[in-house]
Each structure stands twice: as structure tokens, then as C-alpha cells.
Design a protein around this ligand. Structure first.
Ligand code: ATP
Ligand code: MG
Length: 240
């Protein structure tokens, strides 16, 4: 089990996360949603070791890793796919994949990535930054996948992508979870992420305002209540 417990964190003197507790059970998909500026990206940065929390525990199987640097957490199997994807744009697809493979396993790693996303195989020599947004996101996911990560932290994977690509990407996320990775998904595309998640958390102004089953958020007015917004009626949402 991967968990953040009682996390307080911020930038300089400015607090962002306030007493955040969130658990990601093994092999589960956890959705983290909330309004812009709520602190979702900050939470993922704490979870991957990029930002040291002021207080609280970052637990993997009960052991505290708070304050450990990101490269230590990568070795523990915690993999962060940041917003903007974190790929090396000027390198080829193959070079991006090889960089993430354990030494001596480069060929297998490329094979594993291409098996997951045949489209990457067709573009193996292409400069990553010249691929479409969807292809770049596939590369970011494939880089995580070749490490068989314990925990994958994803920030807005569907951002800017066409619905068909989003469907492919979510199908792949389910496959990763079925193969044993735990996923923490920060996502704006709420129906989509609640559709695949086992657990859901809502973050609002740095605090967890909801923790429970995604099905509890199916009702629009309940969801809006926790997000801190007024309920949106279908007519208003449709622009009537
Ligand atoms: N590097 C930084 N330095 C100072 N403040 C920051 C920094 N990064 C984020 N913040 C502030 O922390 C707060 C939370 O930001 P964060 O990016 O975590 O929100 P978010 O929930 O991911 O929002 P969004 O949905 O817009 O991506 C915001 O007020 C933001 O301005
Ligand atoms: Mg964000």
C-alpha cells in the first residue's frame, strides 16, 4: 500500500496542502479530482519526492519515505508522469525508451513498449517532440510501463487529446492496473476517471473534502457540492 498521511506542504511560506491523507491500495486505481489550484499537481509532486512535505508521512508498505529525493523513490517503483509528459522531445522514441530500461534489458524494454503501443513501433526512430500529442502521451506511459512500476502517478493524461485517443489511453491504464501497478490519476475528465477508479478523492483548497467510492459521485449535485461549486443544471451546461 502506498499512502500519504497528514501531509502539509507548500511553496516558500505559502501553504498548499493541509493535512492531506490519501491511500492507494495495491493494484487499485485512485482518482484525484478538484478545482484548478486545489493542489493536485502539488500532491503528486510530494508523492514522487519532487517536493519535500513540511509535515506528514509518505508511506510504502508502512515505511516512511517523506523527504527522500525523487531518484530514491523511482528505485522503489514510484513513477511520476507529469503534466506535459516529461519525455525528452529532442530524442527519438527508441532513445526515450532505452533511457528508462534497466541496463542490459534495452531490447526487451523496447519490445514491451511496442507491444503495448504498436503505434510507437511505427515511429521508433522519430524525434519524440515531432509526434502528435496522443503519441507523446503513449510514449510517456510506455516509459513508465517498461519499468513495471509499483505506483504510477499521472497528471492530466487526457489533456488536449481527442476522445478516441483518450479511450485508448484509459484502456491501457486498466491494463497496467490489471498487471499489478497501482495508479493515482489526477484528471479533469471526471466521468472518464470515475468510470475506471476503485476509489475517489476530491481536493479543494488543499484539503480532502471527499474520500469514498466513485459511485457516490455519480449524482451531479453531490459532485458539485464536494467540488465547492454550485450545481450545474443540464440546460445551463448545454449553454441554453
Ligand atoms: N512552484 C510554485 N511556486 C509557488 N506556488 C506554486 C507553485 N506551483 C503551484 N503553486 C501554487 O500552489 C497552488 C496549487 O497549485 P497546483 O498546481 O498544485 O494546483 P492543481 O490542483 O494542480 O491545479 P490545476 O487543476 O490548475 O492543474 C496554486 O495556488 C499555485 O499557484
Ligand atoms: Mg495541476
Amino acid at each position: 500500500m502506498f499512502a500519504l498521511r497528514g501531509i502539509h506542504a507548500g511553496y516558500g511560506q505559502v501553504p498548499v496542502l493541509r493535512d492531506v491523507t490519501l491511500a492507494v491500495p495495491d493494484g487499485s486505481i485512485v482518482a484525484l479530482i478538484g478545482p484548478n489550484g486545489a493542489g493536485k499537481t502539488t500532491l503528486l509532486r510530494v508523492a514522487c519526492g519532487a517536493l519535500a512535505p513540511w509535515q506528514g508521512r509518505l508511506e510504502l508498505d508502512g515505511e516512511d519515505h517523506a523527504g527522500r529525493p525523487a531518484h530514491d523513490l523511482v528505485r522503489k517503483g514510484i513513477c511520476h508522469i507529469p503534466e506535459g509528459r516529461g519525455i525528452f522531445r529532442s530524442l527519438s522514441v527508441r532513445e526515450n525508451l532505452v533511457m528508462f530500461a534497466a541496463p542490459g534489458t534495452e531490447a526487451e524494454a523496447v519490445e514491451r513498449a511496442v507491444d503495448a503501443f504498436p503505434r510507437l513501433g511505427e515511429r521508433i526512430g522519430q524525434t519524440a517532440g515531432t509526434m502528435s500529442g496522443g503519441e507523446q502521451q503513449m510514449l510517456a506511459l510506455a516509459r513508465a510501463y517498461i519499468r513495471q512500476p509499483r505506483v504510477v502517478l499521472l497528471d492530466e493524461v487526457s489533456m488536449g487529446l481527442a476522445p478516441a485517443i483518450v479511450n485508448d489511453i484509459f484502456a491501457f491504464l486498466l491494463r497496467m492496473a490489471a498487471e499489478g501497478s497501482s495508479l493515482l490519476l489526477v484528471e479533469q475528465y471526471i466521468p472518464k476517471v470515475l468510470g475506471v477508479a476503485d476509489y475517489a478523492f476530491i481536493l479543494n483548497r488543499g484539503r480532502v473534502t471527499f474520500a469514498g467510492q466513485p459511485s457516490e459521485l455519480e449524482n451531479e449535485s453531490v459532485l458539485s457540492h464536494y467540488l465547492g461549486a454550485e450545481p450545474v443544471t443540464p440546460a445551463v451546461a448545454a449553454g441554453a
